[in-house]
Design a protein around this ligand. Sequence first.
Ligand SMILES: OC[C@H]1O[C@H](O[C@H]2O[C@H](CO)[C@@H](O)[C@H](O)[C@H]2O)[C@H](O)[C@@H](O)[C@@H]1O
Length: 754
Amino acid sequence: QNITQTSAISFSATPVTTAIPSATVPLDTPVVGQGDYPPEQYLCDQGKNTTYCAGVLLQDVQLAGLFPDSKPTNGTLNDTIAAFNALGSNVTVGQIETFVESNFKGEGLDLEQIPIEGFVQNPAILDNISDPIYKAWTSIVNSYWTLLIRETNESSICNGNCDSSLIPLNHTVVVPGGRYHEIYYWDSRWIIEGLLKSELYDYAWNLLQNMMDFIDAYGYIPNGGRKYYLNRSQPPMFIQMLDAYVKVTGNTTILERALPLASTEMEWWATNRTFNYTSPFTNKTVLVAHYAVNNSAPRPEGYVEDYETVTGTTPALNATGKAELYSELASGAESGWDYSSRWCKQPVLNVSDNNPALRTLNIKAIIPVDLLSLLAGDHALLADMYDLHANSTNSTSSSNSTGILPPTANSTANSTSNGGSSANATYHRQQAQAFSDAVLDLCWDPVKSWFYDFNTTSNSRSNVYTPAGAWPLWQNITPSELVNNETAALNFVSGARFLLGRYSGIPSVASLLYTGLNWDFPNSWPPHLHTTIKAFETLGRLYPNASTLSNLTIPYSQVASGQLGINETALQPQPASTIGNVSLQVQEAQGKPWPLALSIEYANRYLGAAFCSWYSTGGAIEGLLTQLPLSELNATGTYTAGQSGVMFEKFNATDTDAAGGGGEYTVQVGFGWTNGVVLWAAGEYGQYLPAPTCPMIPIIEMSNNGTSSSYSNGTTVNGTGSIVNATSGNSTSSILFAGYRIPRDDWKRAVEEQ
Ligand SMILES: OC[C@H]1O[C@H](O[C@H]2O[C@H](CO)[C@@H](O)[C@H](O)[C@H]2O)[C@H](O)[C@@H](O)[C@@H]1O
């Protein structure tokens, strides 16, 4: 892979491999499943038959098991189908391997890295970061955009003549990284947050233009930029992104194109994903939404996994049952939470096999609290932006030739002479109110003091505690109980305070159930760190004079009754072996009003996890931080030669420097939303965050009475963690630390040690 470096800071590329088809069974083995193909999926690429949509070719290739990961390869010629048909029936794995080798290009080649124009080496957020290591590291993360910004490589898709899975886009994209070589919808929400902090406004603009092109072409924004994603969306974040862009840049000219398209997207959700529901609590009919994908075949990008989930049931499912489960699986992917016990009828705790839990998927019957909150927030922001646009187009005095205005947040101006935007604003405010009412009616539990999903099968609230319950406050939906009652507000955050003390990693863990699914314990995802802090910030605005707490963390017994939905004894342990020397709270949060103190603590955990996992996978900072010696890097199990620190897509709530795991693919590195949230958290809370402490867990023999040990490269680490240069004898920094790692494969093993 060619890496274009536009920054003086040295870093190495996220390793990207192009998988070579490689059979795992004898080549003359017949491909399984022949003769039993799913129905044609009309929605895939708008009814056009492609090699990437459900059909004989896709199934035979995927079930031949040539790749360790089911993501389809990219790029092929139009006569591929003819070549495939020439194979005839009863094909073998060997025939498919040869066919793939000669007809498909490697994945990830259709988008190429490009030099960033206008890269800002030292964006203003760096001035806000007090710790020198965090400052230097944030600057490195800032430069990682050079690895993730891509544009369509026309030649790799034969200038549009290849039958490629890529949806070609007119503007640069930012990919998440790893196996994700294409744009992703909801990831882009946090990527844009980071681009704005990095002052890469043009790339944020490009991203928004791509989103608008999607709406123009399809009426909605697909899950990602591949044709096989054209039957579903992801959490509707476009309006949130647009709002963030306009507020930071003050550029309202984008609204001219964006507002009608944002309305179109909202209409798509209204037409395809909303329904009315009678509340069992108030008997009122409320407007609700769900994830619900019309699909009766395996997800092309998870073909083997879905096929095995659906065909491995006992007793076997009939055609209707199969179609229904395929639809549930696709709907889970639309939620972005693919997959979670949140969506299951039975939260099966089987960490080594996802299938039993997935066979109980019931997501279409669930009204997700985060989706409902997001739709409420989207409509509210859209109404404000209609007003803002009306004001800016009517005002000549405040407008300049480029249309750049000062940021105008939460405009409520009432305009009547703007070609109908006032009516639009009124409509969207009504919609916002309707969704907000539904959140408060169905999802808010005043006794448990938290928001939960609503399950239409049981006609009751779910009792699975998740960080999705923080989204209503993020979107400014506040129950009356939380207003003017600080005790009630503290009750709301009681679970968050407990988890802060209970686990050493990022406390906004996806759920408290350890199921082996991607969006369950112990995985903590960057979006939830951001949205949980945003909820704390809302409380900070509600309680500007909030008290300071002598103990921010609390025992389980002080958590609002039933809030966590799980007994203390059933909670997963915090393995002592993964804490090391990490202190669970930071000095800088003390004496602050509790909403701010919580935000600082959560931001600290996040930066600690992202930084320490980067460091333990080879990260180094010239002049400040020496790379760990090879013996220790190798012990982490996530180091490859030449690597200089990776950014994981998700983290482990019980371990400061470990990635999350589980799910249907191995943990990915890159990583768009991780970097975005680092830049956001460092920019917003960097002035409070102390020097990172990574776990000092010795794996090599200690010397000097156990206070120091020698690295093979001649560096020594003293008892305080300062790294000392062997030749000069000088400590390179007085605030450094050492990250000794325990040899372990993953979190599971650490828990087993308990
Ligand atoms: O291939 C499996 C699934 O991969 C994606 O989901 C995961 O990664 C996405 C990109 O970072 C992220 O948006 C999503 O929340 C993750 O669960 C993809 O979005 C799924 O559709 C796909 O089935």
